[in-house]
Write a protein that binds this ligand. Sequence first.
Ligand code: PAF
Length: 282
Amino acid sequence: METIDTITGMQKRSEELRLSGKTIALVPTMGFFHEGHLELMRVGRHLADKLIVSIFVNPTQFGPSEDFEEYPRDMEGDLEKAREVGVDLAFIPAAEEMYPDGFQTNVTVEGISKYLCGISRPHFFGGIATIVTKLFNITKPHLSIFGEKDFQQLAVIHRMVKDLDMGIEIVGVPTVREPDGLAMSSRNSCLSSEERRSALSLKKSIDMANDMVGGGEKDAAGIISAIQALISSHLFTKIDYISICDPITMEDKATIEGECLLALAVKIGKTRLIDNCLIDID
Ligand code: PAF
């Protein structure tokens, strides 16, 4: 597996690959790999000739009081795992390489960025859209793979690629879960064992909502208040949002009809977790 840490080096390598007729898949990541990341890589490996993984904890998608410094990192372990899963090339730039002095351009996806995570993290999707655009321009992929756990991120990237005619195929991969249902996340490593138990309230909420809908419940407010009660009955939990919304526009839905997204963000102690599922009754 090659590793490259400069933008010009990466662009040159990707250009060579393209000129030799190879298709390129990119898995953009912030590292600290778990099974969810490895699954994205396995999908990418099957869909293209060459698989690039980027590892970069992107400072611009963290707010001033968020966990940028504490975000877990393990470059050596990550490179080992990437090698084992068959990644061809790891792009591992430093922050100064990606954001040199004088940097002043931002990509903003209006509309959908303002809902859900965008309410408590107003800087978040602008930071993501900007870094993902840069990563696309640097690695020149034909396709790029993202996890459905970050459902809104995936929707923002889809919108951006379409609106800016980027010509890159975006592939979503279903959430990978721990045996007890907890959605895999690098942030799970920040949970104490007691918090880890409370973190299960997210998946329990999703299961309960699906049961309620299966039993005929159509009122979004009724489902949301049942989820509120369930999550609040667990220690250390602080709900950021519980939303039942349209999976494309992210606008709230009052009634369960057509395809609906149930999305949750909950702080467990200091650790903010998200989870979601599509509810489709038709
Ligand atoms: O999903 C992530 O890990 C990040 O938001 C991404 C897409 C790598 C951008 O920094």
